[in-house]
Design a protein around this ligand. Structure first.
Ligand SMILES: [Zn+2]
Length: 333
């Protein structure tokens, strides 16, 4: 109901010229909208997790909306430097994708090229060495796909467990993750567990592997992505942000080394995995020569924003076209 009211209110505001007024405001002119994406569905991922995924058709509509509202999409580095020198064009935005999924390479990249738009890919590199789905994504997807209200899989710590709702599936995934950690399973061990779980649920795991759902780009695909003009930046090697100084530094160094191996270039911009940040990270990032870091906090970046805590706006299938247009005009953010 709230979304219906919101949609109607936004529609009225748009008709009365509120969108256009906001788009011309000094607030919008002096700020940078950093859009955040995760995945573009290879199949039905947006139906499973509409806050993380968009269908390719919806992503195309987003790019059309950027064009129709005359948003100037800038490369990240240029956007940030013009933000700080006060030389941004009237309605500036940056497009960022987190993680580096194969679906970015397969679906988003061709669309970005078609619309001639720059983008930054924050690449987490550990899974690039494996053609395997990310465990913490494939498990809740399998549960959703099964359509089951409960599972009873005692061998991995899931005796008669409810999995009918989003939260129940999240909890069951955490239980399986803890089981994998207690057995010290490595990436392949975790994947064997996911495969057995798919078998238990009656889902064809090889089909998911072949379709490359929840897999990251390979080193070769990362290189091709970079050569196609995508800016590849830091997202930690193992998608985690340890509170320990030495471990944190290692995450970024390992990530930067892999990105250099893949692309031949050093990365100096960072995105906190899962939006997880803490005050102690800022001096550590400066020590590593990191020049900017983006969070998952909602907002427009301004010249007053801390460069290592830049807000973004998270897009997904659940965002309506009118809401997206409102963001572009500087509303709701
Ligand atoms: Zn991430």
């Amino acid at each position: 109901m709230r979304s219906v009211i919101k949609k109607a209110a936004l529609g009225a505001l748009r008709l009365s010229g509120g969108f256009a007024a906001s788009a011309r405001s000094s607030r919008r002119r002096n700020s940078l909208l950093i859009l955040c994406y995760h995945g573009i569905s290879l199949r039905d991922e947006h139906a499973w997790e509409p806050s993380l995924y968009l269908s390719a058709a919806s992503f195309r509509h987003r790019l059309q909306a950027l064009r129709a509202t005359r948003i100037e999409v800038l490369p990240l580095e240029e956007g940030l430097s013009r933000l700080h020198t006060g030389t941004l064009p009237p309605r500036a935005a940056v497009i960022t994708f987190d993680d580096g999924f194969y679906d970015f390479y397969k679906l988003a990249l061709p669309l970005l090229r078609e619309f001639a738009l720059p983008a930054t890919l924050y690449l987490s590199t550990h899974y690039c060495g494996y053609r395997l789905p990310i465990f913490n994504l494939v498990i809740p997807y399998l549960l959703w796909k099964s359509g089951l209200a409960t599972v009873d899989w005692e061998e991995a710590g899931l005796p008669l467990t409810p999995v009918g709702t989003y939260l129940e599936r999240l909890r069951a995934t955490q239980t399986l993750s803890q089981f994998a950690a207690s057995r010290q399973l490595d990436t392949r061990g975790q994947d064997d567990l996911a495969r057995r779980f798919a078998g238990y649920l009656g889902i064809d795991y090889d089909d998911l592997i072949q379709a490359r759902l929840f897999q990251l780009v390979t080193p070769e695909e990362a290189a091709l992505t970079y050569r196609a003009g995508v800016d590849i930046q830091l997202h930690t090697h193992r998608h985690r942000t340890p509170r320990d100084h030495a471990l944190f530094i290692r995450e970024i160094r390992d990530n930067r080394d892999r990105i250099r191996d893949f692309t031949g270039h050093d990365a100096f911009h960072f995105c906190y995995p899962s939006g997880d940040y803490a005050a102690e990270f800022l001096p550590w990032l400066r020590e590593l020569g990191v020049r900017s870091a983006t969070t998952c906090e909602t907002g427009l970046a301004s010249a007053r924003s801390e460069p290592l805590l830049l807000p973004r706006v998270l897009d997904g299938e659940q965002v309506t076209p009118v809401e997206f247009e409102a963001w572009l005009c500087g509303l709701l953010v």
